[in-house]
Structure formats: C-alpha cells, structure tokens
Design a protein around this ligand. Structure first.
Ligand code: 5RP
Length: 291
C-alpha cells in the first residue's frame, strides 16, 4: 500500500471559493451530456457562438455536381477555412485526408436520388460514425412530405443512438417540390426536428419572418446556402440569417461554385464570426480574389 503511507495530507479545499456554475454557450443544450457538448464545442466557435460549416454531401443525391467533380482539387483546399465539414462516409474515406483534423458532420441518412422520389431514406450504422470519429450525425427530415413518418423515425433513432454515444444529431429540413420555403413551414419543420431530439437544425433562410423560425426553435439553427446566387447576395443571406438568430451556416454551392471559393469562404467567415456587413465582406472577397 505505497499510496496509503506517507501521503501528503489534503488541505487545499478552497473553502471560500464557490464552485463556478457556467451555462453552456449554445442555446437549449445545458442539459445534454458531456460528449455532446464537447463535440458541439468543436463545431461552434466559442467566441462568436457561431459556425461556418462547409457542405459537400450533394453527390449522395445528385452525383458529380459542378464544383464537386474532383473533391481533392475543389474541396480539400477549402477545408482549412471551415469550422466543420459535412460529407458522406464515401467521400470522407476516399478524398479527405484525416490530418485535416476538422469536426465531421457525417451524412447519416441515405436513400433515393434526384432521379427518384427524394427522402425515402435509411440510416447508417452508429459504429460507422464512431469509427469515423463523427462530431455530428446529419439526418434528412421531410416534414409534410411523402416520407415524413420514415424520416422522423430516422431522426428519432439517430438521436437515441447519438445520445447513447455522446454524438450530436443535426436535423436537416428537406424541402420537397410540393413544400413552400416560407417561415410558417420552416418554423414547423425546424421545431419538429428539435422536438424529436435534434441537437441542432439545418434549414433554409427565408426573406419574411426568419426571426420567428429561429425564435421558435429551442436549439441552434444553421442555414443551408441553397442554389448558387451572386456572391454579394449569398453574403447578404448569411448576414441576415445571423442577425435574425441563426448560429451559423452550412453552405455548399455558394462557396464551392463561387469564382474564388477560398476568398468566398473567408468572406462568409467575416460575416458569421466578425460581424462584417455584406458589403464589407464582399469587398474582402474581391480583395482576396484579386490578390
Ligand atoms: C442537402 C444538404 C446540403 O448539404 C445542403 O443543401 C447545403 O448545401 P447548399 O448550401 O449547396 O444548399 O443538406 O440535403
């Protein structure tokens, strides 16, 4: 019993120093487990409270879309400037060097492609996500769509498995041809994701009433960029979304299809983390583009 003999007596109990009680820095997540907080703390910047995620999972439903033909050439050089990457396991293993050491939001549901009815999806195996050291499990949820029940069931099962292993679940609100992207729909879809266990939610920005979408969602919201628009417009969308309560972006096409993708990603960071106005970020984009 070497330790029992000659031990220095413990005396530094800090009796006059109360234990600090700190709220977690992201909304709605005070009561989740340590592993989930640790992973969310790697995805989100603690200073700004926001994140710039780079999405390049489009190939799982679209095939080789513009900008994603060669992930090694088009995407890998961007990864350094993102806080988190969102992709499928196939692209992660085949094209993303593990030494980039970025949190991964793993595309965790898969099924039909754009050649068919979207959202008829199954989910991956949780062991696969653990093997890949995923920091989040991204699940498509089609509220109001043909596969509503199936995709909500996928979300529920993913959130249960994620909670078991301390991995956050990202509920991704799908937009079907028949569904409108207005605040009424987006707030319902986002809320349904949160109510069913999503740790954070990815949805679209809408011009009217987006602040109601973020206000009514009890967990952080990140926005998708949507179809490619001119760079200033994309920066304006990101700016307005942040001003109206989003905790970041999970952008794809508006970054990797930009004329200068690295410059665009840096400009988006300016908006999301440094409170740059869209015009200031666009100026930065042009400066970096011509440097
Ligand atoms: C598709 C996705 C995409 O990752 C998402 O749409 C982000 O990309 P973009 O900014 O190009 O819309 O979740 O289900």
């Amino acid at each position: 019993m070497a330790d029992a003999n000659g031990n220095k007596e413990a005396k530094d109990y800090g009796l006059d120093v109360p234990v600090k009680k700190e709220a977690f820095f992201l909304k709605g997540l005070d009561h989740v487990d340590w592993g989930i907080k640790d992973r969310m703390g790697r995805i989100f910047n603690k200073k700004s409270g926001n994140t710039v995620m780079l999405a390049f999972d489009h190939g799982y439903i679209m095939g080789p879309t513009s900008g994603l033909e060669r992930i090694d050439l088009g995407i890998v050089p961007l990864i350094d400037y993102a806080d988190c990457i969102m992709c499928t396991r196939g692209v992660l293993r085949s094209c993303v060097p593990p030494q980039v050491n970025k949190p991964v939001s793993l595309r965790f549901s898969a099924g039909t492609t754009v050649l068919n009815d979207l959202n008829d999806e199954c989910i991956l195996d949780i062991e696969e996500a653990i093997r890949l050291n995923a920091s989040a499990l991204a699940i498509m949820v089609s509220v109001g769509g043909k596969y509503e029940a199936k995709t909500i069931d996928n979300l529920v099962r993913t959130a249960d498995m994620g909670a078991k292993y301390g991995i956050p679940t990202l509920g991704v609100t799908a937009v079907g041809k028949e569904l409108t992207r207005d605040s009424r729909y987006l707030s319902m879809a986002s809320r349904v994701c949160a109510e069913n266990g999503a740790t954070f939610v990815k949805t679209y920005y809408c011009e009217e009433g987006f602040e109601k979408v973020t206000a009514a969602c009890p967990v952080p919201i990140v926005i998708a960029g949507g179809k490619k628009v001119p760079e200033l417009d994309a920066l304006t969308i990101a700016y307005r979304a942040i001003q109206q309560g989003a905790a970041g972006v999970d952008m794809g096409r508006n970054v990797f299809q930009a004329d200068a993708p690295v410059a665009m990603l840096k400009a988006v960071r300016g908006v999301v983390h440094d409170e740059l106005k869209p015009e200031e970020a666009f100026e930065l984009y042009n400066e970096l583009k011509s440097a």
